[in-house]
Design a protein around this ligand. Structure first.
Ligand code: BGC
Length: 236
């Protein structure tokens, strides 16, 4: 089967048709900058542009960086607040799924989480921190573990990749923040495996060796494409 996956991020909206049996992109992905402010009408316009670019008439899956319940957007921590209460399924004419859940779905089906039993946690480090929790490969959606409180602050304000850039933290210093956060998550969930996704997964060698945890922590393998692939899987 084939489906179009579209990944809405804080800075870019990316899409490509995906072979859902293999997880491979069928065509080169298209990336369009996220409109600012990222209001529903303008973002929906970009989604339509991507659908038009691929002349797509088949199933479509779209990710969103917030809680999505039955197609309805419930939170919008890093995009325009006017998203809250919008029915994404109706707006896009597509299945809508939380961005980290989509990335996790792809990693568990085709990437480093494939075949791993027990509790597997994917965490994406980007503008925010996204989470996707799996038990024997089944997703528990919308876990939002990036908003756990660490030292009196939202965890993503201390340990997201955006926090590293904004505060100009060295990789080593940022690794300390990430480790502290992961220890908290480990204490709560005792996962068998933690997968690190988001843009930083490409630079895992810069910080992962500094992150000391009992739980195995590995970088995601699908990199930037996990969201697109997971969205496409969800479309079916
Ligand atoms: C949002 C999550 C999202 C994550 C990554 C967080 O701020 O609350 O829903 O998955 O950012 O984009």
């Amino acid at each position: 089967m084939e489906a179009l996956g579209i990944d809405i991020g804080g800075s870019g909206i990316k899409g490509a048709p995906v072979n859902t049996a293999t997880g491979a992109l069928i065509e080169e992905r298209l990336r369009i900058p996220t409109p600012q402010p990222s209001v529903p009408k303008d973002v929906a316009g970009v989604v339509r542009q991507i659908v038009g670019h691929f002349a797509w008439t088949g199933p479509i899956g779209v990710t969103f960086p917030g809680v999505v319940l039955d197609g309805e957007i419930r939170t919008a921590a890093n995009v325009d607040r006017s998203w809250i209460g919008v029915n994404g399924r109706e707006l896009f004419g597509a299945e809508v799924v939380n961005d980290a859940d989509a990335a996790g779905i792809a990693e568990v089906k085709f990437g480093v989480g494939k075949g791993v039993k027990g509790v597997v946690l994917m965490l994406t480090f980007g503008t925010g921190i996204g989470s996707a929790l799996f038990i024997d490969g089944t997703l528990v959606p919308n876990t939002e573990l990036g908003h756990l409180e660490i030292r009196g602050k939202d965890a993503e304000d201390r340990a997201s990749d955006a926090a590293r850039e904004e505060k100009d933290l060295s990789w080593g210093k940022w690794a300390d923040h990430v480790e502290e956060y992961l220890r908290h998550v480990e204490m709560l969930l005792s996962p068998s495996l933690i997968i690190i996704g988001g843009g930083v997964s490409k630079k895992a060698d810069k910080f992962l060796p500094e992150v000391k945890l009992r739980t195995p922590v590995v970088p995601a393998t699908l990199l930037n494409e996990a969201g697109i692939i997971g969205a496409a899987l969800r479309a079916l």
